[in-house]
Write a protein that binds this ligand. Structure first.
Ligand code: SF4
Length: 682
């Protein structure tokens, strides 16, 4: 007979639902579509369709491992592993204090597990807790919080489908979020919506666009301001909305007057006439959405870019109404949830700032304490530098692979090797886990249950379909066992994952009414904020007012400035990065799928024909890409879909040895999207 189990896709932030068919022996035998799911309506992309491959992968971690003096790993018991982790973390705390320990949570695991990890860090005594949102949408959180008061997508996917105009900036949803592209963006186009794409490469998304504006990497803000300038100069803005809901509009008008389309063209290469035309059509559309991703955020000016896009939407009144979404589309399936749970060094659960004594003490009181650490912790990249400088002595990493995901990865390797103690908890022996002193095997998504929050703020329950391999355990169970061994058992009285969900309901205001019971009985879940168990959830934010202290859009005007590293004689080209539809993040899971690995087996860089000729590069050959931080060899495709003097490389397989870890001063995201490089044929 078998059974079918309701799960949420383990890959991207779209949050598609499907069923896993399980036979009478407990084996996962296939995927069944879920046409009743409100997001994907039964559709899946290549990654979703291959999700079961991870469950069957032969090299899953099944037992705890300990590094021996010879450098080899040997299997040890769970009790020995937990004891060793606790002893080492306690020793570091005793000798150097809790600030010498760093914790990384994960956008790959459930809300309950992120909540448990950040709680462990804080009751241990530090705010050194972060996760990979730092590397993707930290500027979206910072830029939207500063302007509209909430760092989340403002409306559900349905509003994108109802738009008359969709502006897609630094974002290639055809490859990164195929279901959003097919089910919402292209549905809007079928109904007559116009699409404009602004990007450094002519992507598969751009092929569907009515307008494609090519720009040089890192010059986005100059073009955004030029569009705002055109809309204000030509009086195309929403006068009523601006008067009632936007602060300091006159200052904005004065500020952007110098950002003419001709100036923006001189900086970015974007044709001035296209900037004008897209600005006009966007403003006149009546209902429009803006979607962005890493092309906007992975810059030293990522926060400023987000402020610019939020402002572009504000002057046109595109908040809080049908057909209008301001959409930072999250990469991993639980980036939104990991942030909501407070797996961040400046925010406690529910975005209570650690420096806000009143809110901090409220969370402390819910945990049975008088207070919690008040000093903001290290971010992801700061942890590497702190380790190198000897300020950070130990790290506990759950479900992240910084050796591949972080900018300037050679530096990350040196930093991790410099630690006194590293524990990595994962489903495979990742590149990062290979450096660990102790490796803890965890259950993956369909081998446990809990809630994920997609990019719309949609919280959904994913059920357990199969048993974990060997002795692997759910992440929340491992964290709870470590907490007990650290002497922190009174903070971790959990025996079921639902115990943590119930605590989240009490501590995270946005999730107050999102109980495990409601989620389990629903298909499609509940969108936060949901203040009580009888509340239906909130699809659209900022309907009457913004979430700022004044209730109005908080206009800000940071100047455009160039990227941190520009081409020069030694490194005459610009390097940027991109992703494949069939590979995911550090490829830890997708590269173990036979189907995906066969179709997307290796990184292939892209280079313009004229640039290729100039440097003797041949289509299909191998090139070495060299930056100030490292070298990377891969195959190359010569294509005119990329600008001259730009090299683009997929980052899944290790290209971050090249990228720049210069940080955005607000969001502390590294500038992964642009640096100077040179190429030589191999
Ligand atoms: Fe999974 Fe995202 Fe593909 Fe949906 S679009 S199937 S959530 S990877």
């Amino acid at each position: 007979m078998g059974r079918k189990v309701k799960v949420i896709c383990p890959y991207c932030g779209v949050g598609c639902g499907f069923y896993i068919s399980v036979d009478d022996y407990g084996n996962p035998v296939g995927i069944e579509h879920m046409p009743e799911h409100p997001v994907n309506r039964g559709k899946l992309c290549p990654k979703g369709r291959s999700a079961l491959d991870v469950l069957r992968a032969p090299d899953r971690l099944t037992k705890p491992l300990k590094r021996t003096e010879s450098g080899e790993f040997k299997e040890i018991s769970w009790s020995d592993a937990i004891r060793e982790v606790a002893e080492n973390l306690n020793n570091v705390r005793k000798e150097y204090g809790p600030q010498a320990v760093g914790f990384l949570a994960s956008a790959r695991v459930f809300n309950e597990e992120n909540y448990a990890m950040q709680k462990l860090a804080r009751v241990f005594g530090t705010n050194n807790i972060d996760h990979c949102a730092r590397l993707c949408h930290a500027p979206s959180l910072a830029g939207l919080s500063a302007t509209v008061g909430a760092g989340a997508m403002t409306a559900p996917f349905e509003d994108i489908a109802a738009s008359n105009f969709i502006l897609i900036w630094g974002y290639n949803p055809a490859e990164t979020h195929p279901i959003l592209m097919g089910q919402y963006i292209l549905k809007a186009k079928e109904k007559g919506a116009k699409i404009a794409v602004v990007d450094t490469r002519c992507t598969r998304t751009a092929w569907h666009a009515d307008y494609f504006i090519p720009i040089k990497p890192g010059t986005d803000l100059a073009v955004i301001y030029a569009m705002i300038n055109v809309i204000i100069q030509e009086k195309l803005y929403d006068e009523k909305f601006v008067k009632e809901r936007v602060e300091r509009f006159d200052d904005l008008a004065r500020f952007v007057s110098k950002y003419t389309p001709e100036y923006a063209e001189s900086v970015s290469g974007a044709p001035a006439h296209l900037i004008r035309q897209v600005a006009r059509e966007f403003a006149k559309a009546g209902k429009a959405s803006i979607c962005w991703c890493m092309g906007i955020t992975q810059h030293t000016k990522g926060t400023n870019n987000v402020i610019g896009l939020a402002t572009l939407a504000a002057i046109c009144g595109y908040y809080g109404k049908e057909g209008c979404a301001v959409a930072p589309v999250r990469g991993q399936n639980n980036v939104q949830g990991a942030c909501d749970m407070g797996a961040l060094p400046v925010f406690l659960p529910g975005y209570a700032r650690v420096i806000d004594a009143e809110k901090r003490k409220k969370v402390a009181s819910a945990w049975g304490l008088d207070d919690l650490p008040a000093e903001p912790g290290y971010t992801v990249i700061e942890m590497s530098y702190a380790a190198e400088q000897g300020k950070l002595k130990a790290m506990y990493i759950m479900g992240e692979n910084p050796l591949i995901s972080d900018a300037n990865a050679n530096h990350v390797r040196k930093a991790l090797e410099h630690l006194d103690f590293l524990v990595v908890q994962d489903i495979f022996l990742t590149e990062t886990a290979q450096l660990a002193d102790i490796v803890l095997p965890s259950a993956c998504w369909a081998e446990k249950e809990g809630s994920f929050t997609n990019t719309e703020r949609r919280v959904q329950w994913s059920f357990k379909a199969v048993e974990p391999p060997g002795e692997a355990k759910p992440d929340w169970v491992i964290i709870t066992e470590i907490a007990k061994a650290l002497g922190l058992e009174r903070f971790f009285p959990y025996t079921r994952v639902e115990d943590i969900t119930a605590e989240i309901n009490k501590v995270v205001p946005q999730y107050a009414g999102i109980t495990a019971e409601r989620l389990k009985n629903s298909i499609g879940g509940i969108l936060w904020p949901c203040p009580s168990p009888d509340h239906p959830g909130t699809a659209r934010l900022h309907v009457e007012k913004f979430a700022t202290p004044s209730g109005k859009f908080n206009t800000q005007t940071p100047e455009y400035t160039d990227p941190a590293e520009k081409p020069d004689e030694q490194y005459p080209l610009i390097l940027t990065t991109f992703r494949y539809v069939g590979q995911y993040h550090t490829a830890t899971m997708t590269h173990r799928s036979v189907h995906l690995r066969k179709r997307w087996p290796e990184p292939v860089a892209e280079i313009h024909p004229e640039t290729a000729r100039k440097y003797g590069v041949r289509d299909g050959g191998l090139i070495k890409i060299i930056t100030r931080r490292g070298e990377y060899t891969c195959r190359v495709k010569v294509t005119n879909l990329i600008a001259k003097d730009v090299v683009a490389v997929p980052w899944h397989f290790g290209a971050n040895v090249l990228t720049n870890d210069a940080l955005d001063p607000v969001a502390k995201i590294p500038e992964t999207k642009v640096c100077a490089c040179k190429v030589v044929p191999v």
